[in-house]
Design a binder for this molecule. Sequence first.
Ligand code: SF4
Ligand SMILES: [Zn+2]
Ligand SMILES: [Zn+2]
Length: 312
Amino acid sequence: MRCKKCQEKAVIGLPRHNAAFCKGCFNEYVHDQVARAIKAQRMFGQKDRILVAVSGGKDSLALWDILLKLGYQADALHVDLGIPGYSATSREKVERFADAVAASRQAKLIIHVVKQEEGAGIQELANLVNRPTCSTCGTIKRYQFNRAAVERSYDVMATGHNLDDEAARLLGNVLHWQVDYLEKQGPVLPASVEGFARKVKPLYRLAEREVAAYAVLNRIDYIVEECPMAKGSKMLLYKEVLNHLESESPGTKQAFYWGFLDRQTETRPTAGSMAEKDQASLHPCTVCGQPTTADVCTYCKMMARAQAASPR
Ligand code: SF4
Ligand SMILES: [Zn+2]
Ligand SMILES: [Zn+2]
Protein backbone atom coordinates (compact mmCIF):
# COMPACT_ATOMS: atom_id res chain seq x y z
CA MET A 1 0.00 0.00 0.00
CA ARG A 2 1.49 3.34 -1.12
CA CYS A 3 0.68 6.88 0.05
CA LYS A 4 -1.74 8.51 -2.36
CA LYS A 5 0.10 11.82 -2.12
CA CYS A 6 3.83 11.03 -2.07
CA GLN A 7 4.05 7.32 -2.98
CA GLU A 8 5.97 6.51 0.24
CA LYS A 9 4.95 3.41 2.19
CA ALA A 10 1.47 4.06 3.62
CA VAL A 11 0.70 3.55 7.33
CA ILE A 12 -3.09 3.80 7.08
CA GLY A 13 -5.75 3.13 4.48
CA LEU A 14 -8.90 5.27 4.34
CA PRO A 15 -11.45 3.26 2.35
CA ARG A 16 -14.09 6.00 2.61
CA HIS A 17 -11.77 8.34 0.70
CA ASN A 18 -10.37 5.58 -1.46
CA ALA A 19 -6.94 6.65 -0.20
CA ALA A 20 -3.93 5.62 1.88
CA PHE A 21 -1.35 7.87 3.55
CA CYS A 22 2.18 7.81 5.00
CA LYS A 23 2.59 9.32 8.47
CA GLY A 24 3.47 12.83 7.27
CA CYS A 25 0.66 13.02 4.72
CA PHE A 26 -1.82 11.49 7.19
CA ASN A 27 -1.01 14.20 9.76
CA GLU A 28 -1.53 16.79 7.04
CA TYR A 29 -4.86 15.17 6.14
CA VAL A 30 -6.01 15.26 9.79
CA HIS A 31 -4.95 18.88 10.30
CA ASP A 32 -6.60 19.82 7.03
CA GLN A 33 -9.91 18.16 8.00
CA VAL A 34 -9.94 20.06 11.30
CA ALA A 35 -9.00 23.35 9.62
CA ARG A 36 -11.81 22.80 7.11
CA ALA A 37 -14.31 22.05 9.88
CA ILE A 38 -13.34 25.25 11.71
CA LYS A 39 -13.64 27.33 8.55
CA ALA A 40 -16.77 25.76 7.07
CA GLN A 41 -18.70 26.08 10.33
CA ARG A 42 -17.10 29.40 11.35
CA MET A 43 -16.15 27.89 14.70
CA PHE A 44 -13.53 30.41 15.85
CA GLY A 45 -10.69 32.63 14.67
CA GLN A 46 -6.94 32.79 15.41
CA LYS A 47 -7.46 35.42 18.11
CA ASP A 48 -10.15 33.53 20.01
CA ARG A 49 -9.38 31.80 23.32
CA ILE A 50 -10.53 28.18 23.27
CA LEU A 51 -11.27 25.90 26.21
CA VAL A 52 -10.98 22.21 25.27
CA ALA A 53 -12.82 19.64 27.37
CA VAL A 54 -10.28 16.86 27.91
CA SER A 55 -11.16 13.47 29.38
CA GLY A 56 -7.81 11.71 28.89
CA GLY A 57 -9.18 9.72 25.94
CA LYS A 58 -7.77 9.83 22.41
CA ASP A 59 -10.29 12.25 20.92
CA SER A 60 -9.98 15.12 23.37
CA LEU A 61 -6.17 14.87 23.69
CA ALA A 62 -5.79 14.64 19.90
CA LEU A 63 -8.05 17.69 19.55
CA TRP A 64 -5.94 19.69 22.03
CA ASP A 65 -2.77 18.62 20.17
CA ILE A 66 -4.17 19.55 16.74
CA LEU A 67 -5.48 22.96 17.84
CA LEU A 68 -2.11 23.83 19.39
CA LYS A 69 -0.26 22.68 16.28
CA LEU A 70 -2.59 24.75 14.11
CA GLY A 71 -1.51 27.74 16.21
CA TYR A 72 -4.67 28.34 18.25
CA GLN A 73 -4.70 29.53 21.86
CA ALA A 74 -6.22 26.47 23.46
CA ASP A 75 -6.34 25.73 27.19
CA ALA A 76 -8.06 22.66 28.60
CA LEU A 77 -10.36 21.65 31.42
CA HIS A 78 -10.44 18.16 32.90
CA VAL A 79 -13.17 16.98 35.27
CA ASP A 80 -11.91 14.34 37.69
CA LEU A 81 -15.06 12.28 38.31
CA GLY A 82 -13.69 10.20 41.18
CA ILE A 83 -14.49 6.80 39.59
CA PRO A 84 -12.26 4.21 41.28
CA GLY A 85 -9.75 2.59 38.95
CA TYR A 86 -10.54 4.93 36.06
CA SER A 87 -10.46 8.60 37.01
CA ALA A 88 -6.93 8.58 38.48
CA THR A 89 -5.48 7.10 35.26
CA SER A 90 -7.47 9.50 33.06
CA ARG A 91 -6.21 12.48 35.03
CA GLU A 92 -2.64 11.20 34.89
CA LYS A 93 -2.81 11.00 31.08
CA VAL A 94 -4.16 14.53 30.84
CA GLU A 95 -1.52 15.91 33.22
CA ARG A 96 1.25 14.12 31.39
CA PHE A 97 0.12 15.54 28.06
CA ALA A 98 -0.15 19.02 29.58
CA ASP A 99 3.42 18.80 30.93
CA ALA A 100 4.92 17.24 27.82
CA VAL A 101 3.18 19.08 25.01
CA ALA A 102 0.84 21.83 26.08
CA ALA A 103 3.23 23.59 28.51
CA SER A 104 5.78 24.24 25.76
CA ARG A 105 3.04 26.10 23.88
CA GLN A 106 1.98 28.15 26.91
CA ALA A 107 -1.30 26.27 27.19
CA LYS A 108 -2.91 25.83 30.60
CA LEU A 109 -4.70 22.87 32.15
CA ILE A 110 -7.52 23.47 34.64
CA ILE A 111 -8.66 20.53 36.78
CA HIS A 112 -12.05 20.29 38.47
CA VAL A 113 -12.21 17.57 41.13
CA VAL A 114 -15.80 16.41 41.71
CA LYS A 115 -14.96 14.83 45.08
CA GLN A 116 -13.65 18.17 46.34
CA GLU A 117 -16.07 20.57 44.71
CA GLU A 118 -19.28 18.56 44.80
CA GLY A 119 -18.39 16.70 48.00
CA ALA A 120 -18.49 13.10 46.68
CA GLY A 121 -17.43 11.03 43.67
CA ILE A 122 -19.83 10.73 40.74
CA GLN A 123 -21.25 7.31 41.70
CA GLU A 124 -21.91 8.33 45.28
CA LEU A 125 -23.56 11.55 44.09
CA ALA A 126 -25.75 9.61 41.65
CA ASN A 127 -26.87 7.34 44.49
CA LEU A 128 -27.63 10.31 46.73
CA VAL A 129 -29.83 11.99 44.10
CA ASN A 130 -31.25 8.72 42.87
CA ARG A 131 -30.36 9.27 39.22
CA PRO A 132 -28.34 7.21 36.73
CA THR A 133 -24.59 7.85 36.99
CA CYS A 134 -24.25 9.06 33.39
CA SER A 135 -27.05 11.61 33.67
CA THR A 136 -25.54 12.94 36.94
CA CYS A 137 -22.16 13.04 35.23
CA GLY A 138 -23.60 14.85 32.19
CA THR A 139 -25.19 17.53 34.36
CA ILE A 140 -21.98 18.16 36.29
CA LYS A 141 -19.72 18.21 33.25
CA ARG A 142 -21.99 20.51 31.25
CA TYR A 143 -22.34 22.86 34.20
CA GLN A 144 -18.67 23.00 35.14
CA PHE A 145 -17.44 23.40 31.55
CA ASN A 146 -19.88 26.17 30.87
CA ARG A 147 -19.05 27.90 34.14
CA ALA A 148 -15.29 27.69 33.55
CA ALA A 149 -15.67 29.01 30.00
CA VAL A 150 -17.85 31.93 31.02
CA GLU A 151 -16.05 32.89 34.26
CA ARG A 152 -12.62 32.72 32.65
CA SER A 153 -13.79 34.55 29.52
CA TYR A 154 -13.07 31.91 26.89
CA ASP A 155 -14.63 32.66 23.52
CA VAL A 156 -15.55 29.09 22.77
CA MET A 157 -15.62 25.60 24.27
CA ALA A 158 -14.42 22.67 22.14
CA THR A 159 -15.14 18.97 22.61
CA GLY A 160 -13.56 15.94 20.93
CA HIS A 161 -16.73 14.45 19.39
CA ASN A 162 -15.80 12.71 16.13
CA LEU A 163 -17.77 11.54 13.09
CA ASP A 164 -18.64 8.22 14.76
CA ASP A 165 -19.96 9.96 17.89
CA GLU A 166 -22.10 12.33 15.88
CA ALA A 167 -23.41 9.66 13.49
CA ALA A 168 -24.31 7.43 16.46
CA ARG A 169 -26.06 10.31 18.19
CA LEU A 170 -27.94 11.09 14.98
CA LEU A 171 -29.02 7.47 14.64
CA GLY A 172 -30.31 7.49 18.23
CA ASN A 173 -32.17 10.76 17.68
CA VAL A 174 -33.74 9.49 14.45
CA LEU A 175 -34.70 6.10 15.89
CA HIS A 176 -36.58 7.83 18.69
CA TRP A 177 -37.64 10.87 16.63
CA GLN A 178 -36.19 13.30 19.12
CA VAL A 179 -37.15 16.30 17.01
CA ASP A 180 -35.90 18.88 19.52
CA TYR A 181 -32.51 17.23 19.69
CA LEU A 182 -32.36 16.85 15.92
CA GLU A 183 -32.95 20.56 15.54
CA LYS A 184 -30.00 21.38 17.78
CA GLN A 185 -27.60 18.61 16.80
CA GLY A 186 -24.64 20.01 14.91
CA PRO A 187 -20.94 20.87 15.10
CA VAL A 188 -21.67 24.34 16.48
CA LEU A 189 -23.99 25.31 19.29
CA PRO A 190 -24.14 29.10 19.38
CA ALA A 191 -23.73 31.09 22.58
CA SER A 192 -27.45 31.57 23.04
CA VAL A 193 -27.56 34.03 25.90
CA GLU A 194 -25.03 35.79 28.02
CA GLY A 195 -23.85 33.11 30.39
CA PHE A 196 -23.94 30.25 27.88
CA ALA A 197 -20.65 29.49 26.14
CA ARG A 198 -20.49 28.74 22.43
CA LYS A 199 -19.72 25.03 21.86
CA VAL A 200 -17.95 23.48 18.87
CA LYS A 201 -16.87 20.02 17.68
CA PRO A 202 -13.87 20.45 15.37
CA LEU A 203 -13.34 16.67 14.88
CA TYR A 204 -16.73 16.01 13.27
CA ARG A 205 -15.14 15.33 9.86
CA LEU A 206 -12.81 12.62 11.23
CA ALA A 207 -13.72 9.00 11.91
CA GLU A 208 -12.91 7.46 15.28
CA ARG A 209 -10.26 5.16 13.83
CA GLU A 210 -8.59 8.11 12.13
CA VAL A 211 -8.39 10.01 15.42
CA ALA A 212 -7.05 6.88 17.16
CA ALA A 213 -4.41 6.45 14.43
CA TYR A 214 -3.44 10.12 14.77
CA ALA A 215 -3.00 9.70 18.54
CA VAL A 216 -0.89 6.56 18.14
CA LEU A 217 1.28 7.95 15.32
CA ASN A 218 1.94 11.11 17.29
CA ARG A 219 2.70 9.22 20.51
CA ILE A 220 -0.15 10.75 22.45
CA ASP A 221 -0.48 8.65 25.58
CA TYR A 222 -4.22 8.30 26.19
CA ILE A 223 -6.49 6.12 28.32
CA VAL A 224 -7.59 3.23 26.12
CA GLU A 225 -10.35 1.84 28.37
CA GLU A 226 -13.82 3.30 28.09
CA CYS A 227 -15.33 4.72 31.26
CA PRO A 228 -16.70 1.66 33.14
CA MET A 229 -20.11 3.38 33.34
CA ALA A 230 -20.43 3.36 29.53
CA LYS A 231 -20.81 -0.42 29.48
CA GLY A 232 -24.05 -1.46 27.79
CA SER A 233 -24.82 2.10 26.65
CA LYS A 234 -27.01 2.61 23.59
CA MET A 235 -24.34 4.80 21.98
CA LEU A 236 -21.93 1.87 21.88
CA LEU A 237 -24.61 -0.25 20.23
CA TYR A 238 -25.35 2.41 17.60
CA LYS A 239 -21.64 2.72 16.89
CA GLU A 240 -21.36 -1.01 16.42
CA VAL A 241 -24.26 -1.03 13.96
CA LEU A 242 -22.76 1.87 12.01
CA ASN A 243 -19.34 0.19 11.95
CA HIS A 244 -20.94 -2.88 10.46
CA LEU A 245 -22.57 -0.80 7.73
CA GLU A 246 -19.31 1.09 7.17
CA SER A 247 -17.30 -2.08 6.66
CA GLU A 248 -19.79 -3.32 4.08
CA SER A 249 -20.14 0.05 2.44
CA PRO A 250 -17.33 2.56 3.17
CA GLY A 251 -18.52 6.14 3.46
CA THR A 252 -21.89 5.30 5.04
CA LYS A 253 -21.27 7.20 8.28
CA GLN A 254 -20.06 10.27 6.45
CA ALA A 255 -22.97 10.20 4.01
CA PHE A 256 -25.42 9.79 6.91
CA TYR A 257 -24.09 12.60 9.12
CA TRP A 258 -22.89 15.06 6.51
CA GLY A 259 -26.07 14.48 4.51
CA PHE A 260 -28.03 15.38 7.64
CA LEU A 261 -25.99 18.57 8.10
CA ASP A 262 -26.54 19.58 4.45
CA ARG A 263 -30.29 19.15 4.76
CA GLN A 264 -30.32 20.81 8.14
CA THR A 265 -28.71 24.01 6.78
CA GLU A 266 -31.79 24.38 4.60
CA THR A 267 -34.23 24.07 7.49
CA ARG A 268 -32.17 24.71 10.62
CA PRO A 269 -33.10 27.81 12.58
CA THR A 270 -30.34 30.42 12.33
CA ALA A 271 -28.04 31.08 15.29
CA GLY A 272 -29.90 34.35 15.77
CA SER A 273 -33.35 32.80 15.87
CA MET A 274 -32.15 30.03 18.20
CA ALA A 275 -30.71 32.67 20.49
CA GLU A 276 -34.01 34.55 20.46
CA LYS A 277 -35.94 31.38 21.25
CA ASP A 278 -33.58 30.51 24.10
CA GLN A 279 -33.45 34.05 25.38
CA ALA A 280 -37.20 34.02 25.76
CA SER A 281 -37.15 30.95 27.99
CA LEU A 282 -33.88 31.36 29.89
CA HIS A 283 -33.07 33.46 32.92
CA PRO A 284 -30.42 33.35 35.67
CA CYS A 285 -30.66 30.55 38.27
CA THR A 286 -31.65 32.12 41.60
CA VAL A 287 -28.89 30.15 43.37
CA CYS A 288 -25.86 30.31 41.07
CA GLY A 289 -26.77 32.78 38.31
CA GLN A 290 -26.18 30.43 35.38
CA PRO A 291 -28.90 30.42 32.69
CA THR A 292 -31.81 28.03 33.21
CA THR A 293 -35.44 27.57 32.15
CA ALA A 294 -36.59 26.99 35.77
CA ASP A 295 -36.09 29.14 38.88
CA VAL A 296 -33.25 26.95 40.05
CA CYS A 297 -30.95 25.17 37.54
CA THR A 298 -30.66 21.37 37.31
CA TYR A 299 -27.19 21.42 38.84
CA CYS A 300 -28.22 23.46 41.90
CA LYS A 301 -31.34 21.31 42.38
CA MET A 302 -29.21 18.20 42.20
CA MET A 303 -26.66 19.53 44.66
CA ALA A 304 -29.42 20.52 47.11
CA ARG A 305 -30.84 16.98 46.89
CA ALA A 306 -27.42 15.45 47.43
CA GLN A 307 -26.85 17.62 50.46
CA ALA A 308 -30.23 16.75 51.96
CA ALA A 309 -29.64 13.04 51.43
CA SER A 310 -26.02 12.87 52.56
CA PRO A 311 -25.36 11.33 55.99
CA ARG A 312 -24.45 13.99 58.55
S1 SF4 B 1 -19.79 6.95 30.64
FE1 SF4 B 1 -21.17 8.05 31.94
S2 SF4 B 1 -20.05 8.34 33.88
FE2 SF4 B 1 -18.55 7.77 32.33
S3 SF4 B 1 -17.79 9.72 31.57
FE3 SF4 B 1 -19.47 9.11 30.20
S4 SF4 B 1 -21.29 10.10 31.08
FE4 SF4 B 1 -19.68 10.15 32.65
ZN1 LIG C 1 2.87 10.61 1.86
ZN1 LIG D 1 -27.78 27.06 39.58
